[in-house]
Every structure is written in C-alpha cells, then in structure tokens.
Design a protein around this ligand. Structure first.
Ligand code: PLP
Length: 452
C-alpha cells in the first residue's frame, strides 16, 4: 500500500474555504507545520514572515507557551460542558464580566459564539427579536455598507458589501440595504472636502432610511475600520454624523469589531478610536488571538432590557450553539487578554503601526503604480491603481496586488491581496519586531520590482 503525502491527501479530500477549486487541483496546498512569534514554517522547512497574523487575528504571535499551558490545564480540568438552560463555567463568567467592563458605553451582557460570521448572524436575530418584543414586526431591514465584510453565513454573507461574496450563492437576502463606504478618495466628488463628504454620507443615509420607511429599518452594521474591503479608514466625524441619523430614526448600531477589537487600532476597540457608540458589538479574532475559535456579541443595557423582557412574551430564548461559551475558548480569551495587557502589547501595536506606516510610505510613495499608502494602528495598506475610474465603477480587481502577494510569498513574506480594491494589506502580530517589519516591507517592495 502506498502512503499518500499530506499534500496528496489535501489535494484529494480537503474542500478549502475561499479557494479556487481548479487552481488548487493544479498547484496543491502550502502546508504550514509550525509557528513562533511572527514566523511560520512550511512542510519543506521554508520560513515565512506572516505580515497578516493569519487572517488579522494572531495578535500575540504563534507558539505562545503560556497559552499552551493554560489550555492544557483547562483541558485537564473541564474541556467542555454546554451552557444551555442556565449551565455555567468559571472561565466564561469571568470573561463575560471582563468584556462588559472593557467595552465602551453602557454594556450589559455577552452572548458567545464560534466565529465572526455566526456572531453577526446572532446580531440580526437579536435585532429582529428586539423589535418583535417591542411589537414592531415590520422593523426588520438591516443597512450595511458597500465594501463591508461581515462573514459568510447566509445572513452575514448578505451583509457583505462585496459583490464577490454574493456570486453563485443567491445572496444578499432581500431585507439588506447598502450605504456608501466612507472612503473619501474612492467616493468623494470632485473638490469635495472630507467634511462635506461626511455631511453627504449622513444625508444619503437619512434619505435611504426615509425612502425605505424608518418603521422598516432595524439596524445599521459597520466595521469601525473596513478591513477586508480595502483597509478603509473613516474620515473624522463620520461615525458621530451617521449615529445622529440612526438615533433620529430609532435604528440600532452594530459595531463589527472582529478585526479592530482588542488593540488592533492602537486602542482597545475601534469604536473608541473612531467615535462609535454601539448598541451591539461583535468581537472575534483578537479575543483569543485565534488559539481557539471564539466570538461574542456584547449587548448594551437598553437592548438587553428589551430582550430579557422577551421571555414574558416568547418564553425560552431559543438560540445558542453546542459550543457557545466553550470553557477552552474562554480560557484562551482570558489568557490572551492577560498577555496583551500585562505585556503592553496594545501600546506596542500602536508603536509598531507607526513604524510600519513610515516604512510603507518610504518604500511605496511616488511609485507610478501606487495610488495610496494608508492604515491606522497596526493595519497598513498599499493600493495600486492606474486610475480612479475602476474604483469608481467598483470592479473587483486584484491585478497588481495579486501578483505581488504571490511573489512576496516566494520571497518569504506573507501579505494579503484585497480583491475589491487592488490593495495589499498588512496586519502583523503585535509582537512583531521593527526588524521584521522592515523585512516585510522590503520583501513586498522587492516583489513589486520583480513583477512590474
Ligand atoms: N467581521 C469582520 C469585520 C471580519 O473581518 C470577519 C472575518 O474576516 C468576519 C466578520 C467573519 O469572521 P469569521 O471568519 O470568524 O466568521
């Protein structure tokens, strides 16, 4: 009997997410076998600097021993028990308290899930439930934004403002609407200042809600910084202006903090950085640095009061997962947040973000193919564009960035091409060193020179 290689097994049996099936059959997988800090090692022993912290998530870096020990201890003590019907566990009670305490505004409760996608799905169910409790069964539409990314379940995929997320899947669902992305350079009119742009976006949102009928619009969902849609940093004053419109029409604001949460913007939450006052928050990724899957929906006091009163109307709250509030995931979160706080990693992320921005500007500004270098906190981006026209037409395109990311990987640097904006993104672990950032930027610039 022949022993198949891991690559063969993968090629034959593994249905990869976000992968072109025919390309994969031809090229096979890149199999990672270990990681430490910001470095990954593949099955051939080749090393890569991971400028994306996986998928914007391994904030404390790979191979953290303290995390491994904490997870081993909790596995021995209580690896699992469910949390339906008032069942609890110690790590999750502590984590819920911590999240409510740390979140901005008047937060009351935390519901746990397993991914950003399922958490955003939960958000919509909560918002619908909330309006049903209030006796407003028609107030159900959700407004998302063009270029937003919120996940892949039937509802969270619908909330994505990226056409590619709908292709072939009969999405979006009919109750979703889209507002314009707050990117001045993409969307600003000739001669329009950022201030005028913000005022126009607020007016457009108001017009949209009025046209739909405020009595039919339940919530607005937004990433504080639009990550996967192109690293779009909102202009000053954007969220306060938007929020004013939402309050006027009694529309809830859901902040999708899946990328921003827990230090990525240089502050604990992107909502604080960009002036969002959420009624509901979604967190995932950086909550455990991806050591164990976990997401959470953080619910404000006024929303919770309504939801809690729903038990008088509807009885049992029939929503939750087998793995909701999994004790290993909660342990990973508590350990991860302890490490980030104790080791000052949020401050480090901010300082490293400044260094990254400075290096990206030095390496890419002025290049004829580069449209813009941008970012915030420890998120950076380089966008390629021959002209603004393709952006205005919002065509999926990743011509230059795709080729650079491929070449950079050969050179040992992992970045990510964001297909709707021909943009390369950087979102490294908070523990990245300045020397590693220099290598990441130099490798990417070398890749640009090699492919163009
Ligand atoms: N929301 C945002 C802002 C994200 O960036 C992502 C994933 O990248 C998600 C939601 C979906 O999270 P998950 O992939 O864990 O389902």
């Amino acid at each position: 009997m022949t022993v198949s290689s891991v690559e063969d097994l993968d090629r034959q049996y593994f249905f990869h997410p976000f992968t072109h099936a025919r390309d994969h059959e031809r090229s096979g997988p890149l199999t990672m076998v270990s990681g430490r800090g910001s470095t990954l090692v593949d099955a051939q022993g080749k090393e890569y600097l991971d400028a994306m912290a996986g998928l914007w998530c391994v904030n404390i870096g790979y191979g953290n021993e303290e995390m491994a020990d904490a997870l081993a201890a909790q596995t021995r003590q209580l690896a699992y028990y469910h949390t339906f019907a008032s069942m609890g566990n110690e790590p999750v009670a502590r984590l819920a308290h911590r999240l409510v305490t740390d979140a901005p505004g008047d937060m009351a409760k935390v519901f746990f899930g397993n991914s950003g996608s399922d958490a955003n799905d939960t958000q919509v169910k909560l918002v619908w439930y909330y309006n049903n409790v209030l006796g407003r069964p028609e107030k159900k539409k959700i407004i998302s934004r063009e270029r937003g990314y919120h996940g892949v379940t039937v509802m969270s995929g619908s909330l994505c403002g990226l056409p590619g997320m709908h292709t072939g899947f009969d999405l979006p669902l009919p109750m979703v609407r889209f507002a314009r992305a707050p990117h001045h350079r993409f969307e600003g009119l000739e001669g329009e200042t950022e201030e005028q742009f913000v005022a126009r976006l607020a007016q457009e949102l108001d017009d949209l809600i009025v046209a739909e009928g405020p009595e039919t619009v339940a919530a607005f969902i937004a990433e504080p910084l639009q990550a996967a849609g192109g690293v779009i940093v909102p202009p000053a004053g954007y969220f306060p202006a938007i929020q004013e419109v939402l309050r006027r029409h009694d529309v809830l604001l859901i902040a999708d903090e899946v990328v921003c949460g827990f230090g990525r913007t240089g502050e604990w939450f992107g909502s604080t950085t960009f002036g969002v006052e959420p009624d509901l928050m979604t967190v995932a990724k950086g909550i455990t640095s991806a050591y164990v899957p976990l997401s959470a929906v953080i619910v404000s006091s006024p929303v919770w009061d309504v939801i809690a009163s729903g038990s008088e109307k509807f009885g049992l709250f029939s929503h939750g997962y087998t793995y909701s509030a999994h004790p290993l995931a909660a342990t990973a979160a508590m350990t991860n947040l302890d490490i980030v706080e104790r080791d000052g990693l949020m401050g480090q992320a901010k300082a490293r973000g400044d260094h990254l921005a400075q290096r990206l500007h030095a390496a890419f500004d002025g290049h004829p193919l580069v449209a813009e270098v941008r970012g915030h906190g420890l998120v950076g981006a380089v966008e390629f564009a021959e002209s603004l026209e393709p952006l205005r037409r919002f065509e999926p395109r990743a011509k230059v960035s795709g080729a650079i990311v491929k070449r950079a990987r050969e050179l040992g640097v992992i970045t990510r091409a964001l297909p709707n904006a021909d943009t390369i993104s950087f979102s490294p672990p908070f523990v990245v060193t300045e020397a590693e950032l220099d290598q990441m930027v130099a490798g990417t610039r070398q890749a640009l020179d090699d492919v163009c």
